[in-house]
Design a protein around this ligand. Structure first.
Ligand SMILES: [Zn+2]
Length: 405
């Protein structure tokens, strides 16, 4: 126990030092303040040596001593290996998209290409009203579903309150849990959860681009309940506070944890809002609050169901761009054609790839992985049972390979 706790402490300290070289590497940290480095940056080559030593140490820990904590050690080892990869990348070593998925995120996502997405576009072509270019037609059609900026606060509050109410019926988190919502601009993402510790999150919504009505439940559940806010609060409560497992007091963005973080945040939308309940809540509560005619919802959601099947377009475009197969303008063209996003929104997405590279897989593949993994644990249609296994997973996180079934 002492040995693994010591290794955990060293992992946290190493991560904080890597964070001195890369601003967004450490996404959340709420461990001891005195573990934060106070001196100058440690050279990357020294950090690399140290990380490699920690990997060796993790491998050498006597299995008999830590038998009941084997899963904890496996998780830590995968994170240490991921740190080595990230330091190598900071040192300028180039790896392919697929290698990065494996060594940073412990994941091997499936690959889809145009042939696959063309079939989905054909279905959308039949559903989306109007004639001519599908991208422009979709953008025109969607205009009616934009939330006016002066109503955004009310609509988002209603969505997050409902997501919170639904989640807290099934997941027990500390009474002081809380969040603040801020509207921001000029970001490469559409929303972000900054977890600050002590069950508190700052949730930011980016208003650079219009926010469509169906995104509100996504964002409220993904960033808040039962998504990132709850995931972090669960880890803090069960692993850091109750067990003293300090490796969970830090969340490194480019690490295996992200697959579960984004995957559970996306899958959590379905858990809190099963599709029919979701449509009813949006149509009856959110549409009127946003001043959008509820009778327009039926076709809109038929389209949304098909549109969701395009989520892996992100991986196809990011992979080709990162691997140097296509250039910036080809990436934007592909996104406009296959993600049906506007030119400006496609450029924002490209900026996301440039900053975060293969991180895109954590959303779609992460979601599928969590869904499939939990399906093996839930044998009936019981809502209680689904919430139970879902919250267990948040309180006892697994990496992609640990969830593989
Ligand atoms: Zn997220």
């Amino acid at each position: 126990m002492k040995l693994i706790n010591n290794l955990a402490e060293q992992y946290v300290k190493l991560s904080l030092k890597i964070g001195q070289h890369a601003k967004y590497y450490v996404d959340a940290y709420y461990g001891p303040k005195e573990w934060r480095p106070t001196d100058e940056k440690t050279p990357l080559t020294d950090l690399k040596c140290h990380a490699e030593q920690l990997v060796k140490l993790a491998i050498s820990l006597d299995k008999n001593d830590i038998a009941e904590q084997q899963e904890r050690l496996d998780f830590l080892l995968l994170h240490l290996k991921s740190s080595v990869t990230y330091i190598n990348q900071l040192l300028g070593f180039n790896i392919t998209f697929a290698q990065e998925c494996k060594s940073l995120y412990d994941a091997q996502p499936p690959k889809f290409d145009e042939q696959h997405f063309d079939k989905i576009l054909t279905r959308l072509d039949k559903l989306i009203p109007g004639e001519g270019d599908l991208n422009q037609r979709f953008i025109n059609y969607r205009e009616d579903f934009i939330i006016p900026i002066n109503k955004l606060d009310d609509v988002f509050s209603a969505a997050i309150n409902e997501a919170r109410r639904r989640t807290l019926q099934f997941i027990d988190i500390p009474d002081n849990e809380n969040f603040t919502v801020e509207l921001v601009n000029d970001q490469i993402w559409s929303a972000y959860n900054w977890y600050k510790g002590d069950s508190y999150s700052l949730i930011q919504l980016n208003t650079d681009f219009p926010i469509y009505i169906e995104r509100v439940i996504d964002l409220a559940a993904h960033e808040g309940y039962p998504g990132h806010h709850i995931f972090n609060a669960q880890m803090e409560k069960h692993l850091v506070n109750a067990n003293g497992w300090m490796e969970y007091s830090i969340y490194n963005l480019f690490s295996p944890t992200s697959l579960l973080a984004e995957g559970s945040a996306n899958y959590g939308i379905e858990v809190a809002f099963p599709w029919q309940e979701r449509i009813a809540f949006e149509r009856d509560v959110l549409f009127p609050l946003a001043g959008i005619a509820p009778e327009k919802s039926e076709l809109y959601y038929q389209i949304q169901i098909v549109l969701h099947q395009l989520s892996y377009v992100d991986n196809m475009v990011a992979q080709r761009y990162i691997d140097g197969v296509i250039n910036e303008s080809q990436a934007v063209q592909l996104l406009m054609k296959y993600a049906l996003s506007s030119k400006e929104r496609s450029k924002q997405r490209l900026a996301f790839y440039q900053h975060n590279r293969s991180y895109v897989i954590t959303y779609n593949y992460g979601q599928d992985l969590v869904r499939e993994y939990l399906a093996t644990l839930v044998k009936n249609d019981s809502k209680n049972e689904l919430w139970r296994v879902f919250s267990d997973l948040l309180a006892k996180p697994k990496t992609a390979s640990m969830m593989q079934v």
